[in-house]
Design a protein around this ligand. Structure first.
Ligand SMILES: [Fe+2]
Length: 356
């Protein structure tokens, strides 16, 4: 059988086309809200994604510590997304991770194709581009590299990029430190709900079962950025998502009925609360709708790490302590796999109405 040739957005972008193929053009009703991302990023009026300083999250001084945790809790409940600063991951390690990803994507497409995934056969790790999953054939303006990074016994380092030579070491160390950061954040979020410190961590699978999946998103320059999206509007299914980027704006959040463009904050990590924590917290913490814009002038790269519960082993539902007569359960019980299926089904059948 001849393998299907998947068109890479990078090859389309470098072919010199002046207009993009129709599969990349968003539906009419969406186009009115897509603007120039550089101008949008400059806007200072209106709500802004909060910046949370984690320096004091484990301070010995209770008052100082509680203040830091309260700010994190507020941002998680109000926005569900934030810029984390003083997160404890060394800047030079983050620079290594970014440099390694950039160098990999700088390789010729033929070289990257050696790592191509095969979504049809379930081999989802590797180099890929989105396949249309509904009748409209809608596509997104990005290519990516996807692989599991933690826990160590579940990852397959042999499929990680061999070039550049620092890729594996830098990415493995980053994953290890991010996993520890996830524990600190989950602890603070648990306490913020009046739960025991380790509760949310345990509910999403703990050190052994929670999976960290890295997705490097590569958004080539787009000749008609006002017609396309790098990533269409969605909420993350994860428990938490941590994102680095190459300081080119693109991320937009749908907050109180309007798209807000995230500013590029130096030395920060963007963190999303995903659907998993929204469900467990019975909606106290929010999983915000977001999307990615593209532009004509600069390539954008982002490094997302999704912290996910195991697909089948855990039933996700609002924690019983958070369900009362006044605040009934907002979400049904589902495994993570069922939650994913349900979202896909709803997307392809938009007239079906139900909870997330
Ligand atoms: Fe996302």
């Amino acid at each position: 059988m001849v393998a299907t040739v998947i068109p890479r957005v990078e090859s389309l972008a470098s072919s010199g086309i002046q207009s993009i193929p129709k599969e990349y053009v968003r539906p009419e009703e969406e186009l009115t809200s897509i603007g120039n991302v550089f101008e949008e990023e400059k806007r200072d009026e209106g709500p802004q994604v909060p910046t949370i300083d984690l320096r004091d999250i484990e301070s010995e001084d209770e008052v100082v510590r509680e203040k830091c945790r309260a700010e994190l809790k507020k941002a998680a409940a109000d926005w569900g997304v934030m810029h984390l600063v003083n997160h404890g991951i060394p800047d030079n390690l983050i620079e290594r991770v970014k440099k390694a990803g950039e160098e990999f994507f700088n390789l010729p497409i033929e070289e990257k194709e050696k790592y191509a995934n095969d979504q049809a056969s379930g081999r989802i790790q590797g180099y890929g581009s989105k396949l249309a999953n509904n009748a409209s054939g809608q596509l997104e303006w990005e290519d990516y590299f996807f692989h599991l990074v933690f826990p160590e016994d579940k990852r397959n380092i042999s499929i990680w990029p061999k070039i550049p030579s620092d890729y594996k070491a830098a990415t493995a160390e980053y994953a290890r430190l991010l996993r520890a950061l996830a524990t600190r954040v989950l602890s603070a979020l648990s306490l913020g709900l009046g739960l025991e410190e380790g509760r949310l961590e345990k509910e999403v699978g703990g050190l052994e079962e929670m999976l960290l999946q890295m997705k490097i998103n590569f958004y080539p320059k787009c000749p008609q950025p006002e017609l396309a999206l790098g990533v269409e509007a969605h909420t993350d299914i994860s428990a938490l998502t941590f994102i680095l980027h190459n300081m080119v704006p693109g991320l937009q959040l749908f907050y109180k009925g309007k798209w807000v463009t995230a500013k590029c904050v130096p030395n920060s990590i963007i963190m999303h609360i995903g659907d998993t924590i929204e469900i467990l917290s019975n909606g106290k913490y929010k999983s915000i709708l977001h999307r990615g814009l593209v532009n004509k002038e600069k390539v954008r790269i982002s490094w997302a790490v999704f912290c996910e519960p195991p697909r089948e082993k855990i039933i996700l539902k609002p924690l019983p302590e958070l369900v009362t007569e006044a605040e009934p359960a907002q979400f049904p019980s589902r495994t993570f796999a069922q939650h994913i299926e349900h979202k896909l089904f709803r997307k392809n059948n938009p007239e079906e109405k139900s909870n997330k």
